[in-house]
Design a protein around this ligand. Structure first.
Ligand SMILES: Cc1ncc(COP(=O)(O)O)c(C=O)c1O
Length: 423
């Protein structure tokens, strides 16, 4: 080979703009804050999705001790089965079955590296040539990114702010065709803070059955509810339609770094049995790294024994954060929060940038806010909706108040003269 004529090249599918992803956007916004050397105030992360950074959300002592004991047993330093260790799979089966009208079996459960890998696996498995999948908008952009990478076409149906962010059921039917294979439901709903009712989920199950498609239920925020609507698992309706339930320890136990998740087939009628999909999940998982053994080994104790007081404390903090956010949004006229969140850890608020002097849109707003106030908010466009902002309220109350004060003074400073009195 002649000098300078190397033939290697990278994968074009990875030529993506990192400012389109949550992780990339957070990185650039943090960098914008850090570049402001005059700023002496602490950064306020109002869009993180990671309560673990605040001491008040420290995970339960029972969970920590379970992991320490498992690690110190010195029996867990070997490789484990690629689809997960039996005690961990059994513990997840029992944990989910508590909320369901039938029993999940150990064989229905596959252990994954967080809920993210469960998404990765199910998207890969469903990505047959020509297939398409229905995704909620706003949603969780990892679904879109994984679909794009796996050449699985995605079609968006709206969540409707004027209906408390319910799914647009008519749109679901209209979008689907003979190549549609699945619909994704995120419940409790990120990023809107909606908790879907029993009746609404049942309607989705019935529509999916009519269309002959699977429901993928991302329940990473399971049981994080504090409004009037109780949490109902989509698999409650798996006698109507097969459901894949995706979950993890990341949010309810506030330990995203432990990377402990699961993918569960909920299929009491056996609709998936002859489809080959279960074998394909196994094949897909055999290509990946396994979740850490000592976290898997600790899982039965974590899922069975975590004290109710720990969950109650976290829910109270989230309720308090949601109330502060919802009530104080009224103080800032260019921002409107259409619905009070009832669950998960985010809410979407609408931005009216026409009331501001030199702010083009949600992206411009978030970068200037980071630069001038050291507050991080996620532009709505990253989760699918332009001129909205994603707020996280799983944050210590004084920081939340401080963050809102800073947003308020930012908006006052940038107000158009015609709106100055309102602001
Ligand atoms: C809706 C949704 N699904 C999945 C995930 C990923 O979860 P994990 O950290 O367990 O991989 C997140 C993380 O923020 C999320 O918001």
């Amino acid at each position: 080979m002649e000098n300078g004529t190397w033939r290697f090249r990278g994968n074009d599918k990875l030529n993506i703009d990192t400012t389109d992803t949550i992780g990339g956007t957070l990185y650039w916004l943090r960098k914008t804050c850090a570049d402001n050397e005059d700023e002496i105030r602490p950064l306020i992360p109002l869009s993180n999705g990671d309560p673990a950074i605040f001491p008040c959300f420290r995970t339960s002592l029972i969970a920590e001790n379970a992991v320490v004991d498992a690690l110190q047993s010195a029996k867990l330093n070997t490789y484990c089965p690629f689809f997960g260790m039996l005690p961990a799979r059994r513990a997840v089966a029992e944990y989910l079955s508590k909320d369901l009208p039938y029993k999940i079996s150990d064989d229905d459960v596959y252990m994954t590296l967080g809920c993210t890998q469960a998404i990765e696996v199910i998207v890969t498995v469903l990505a047959s040539p020509g297939a398409n999948i229905l995704l909620p908008k706003p949603g969780f952009p990892t679904f879109e990114a994984r679909c794009a990478f796996s050449d699985l076409e995605y079609r968006h149906f709206d969540l409707l702010p004027e209906k408390g962010w319910e799914m647009d059921l008519d749109a679901i039917e209209a979008l689907a065709d003979e190549n549609t294979v699945a619909i994704v439901v995120i419940n409790p709903g990120a990023p809107c803070g909606v908790v879907f009712s029993y009746d609404h989920l049942k309607k989705v199950a019935e529509i999916a059955k009519k269309l002959g498609i699977i429901v993928i239920s991302d329940e990473v925020y399971e049981h994080i509810v504090f409004g009037d609507t109780p949490f109902v698992r989509m698999a409650t309706f798996s006698s109507i339609v097969p459901v894949f339930t995706l979950g993890s320890l990341s949010k309810r136990w506030a330990v995203p770094a432990w990377r402990m998740g699961w993918l569960v087939t909920c299929d009491p009628c056996g609709a998936l049995r002859d489809s080959g999909i279960r074998d394909q999940i196994m094949a897909c998982l055999s290509l990946y790294s396994d979740p850490v053994t000592f976290i898997q080994a600790a899982l039965p104790q974590i899922l069975h024994d975590t004290e109710e007081e720990y969950f109650a404390k976290c829910i109270n903090l989230m309720r308090q954060g949601a109330n502060i956010l919802y009530n104080r949004m009224n103080e800032i006229p260019c921002i409107a929060c259409p619905t009070k969140p009832e669950g998960a850890i985010f809410v979407m608020v609408r931005l009216d940038s026409s009331m501001l002097e030199d702010i083009d849109d949600d992206v411009d707003f978030c970068y200037k806010l980071a630069k001038e106030e050291s507050v991080i908010l996620m532009p709505g466009v990253v989760v699918g909706v332009k001129n909205w902002l994603r707020f996280c309220y799983a944050i210590e109350a004084p920081d939340l108040e401080d963050g809102i004060d800073r947003i308020k003074s930012f908006c006052q400073r940038h107000a158009k003269q015609t709106h100055i009195e309102e602001l």
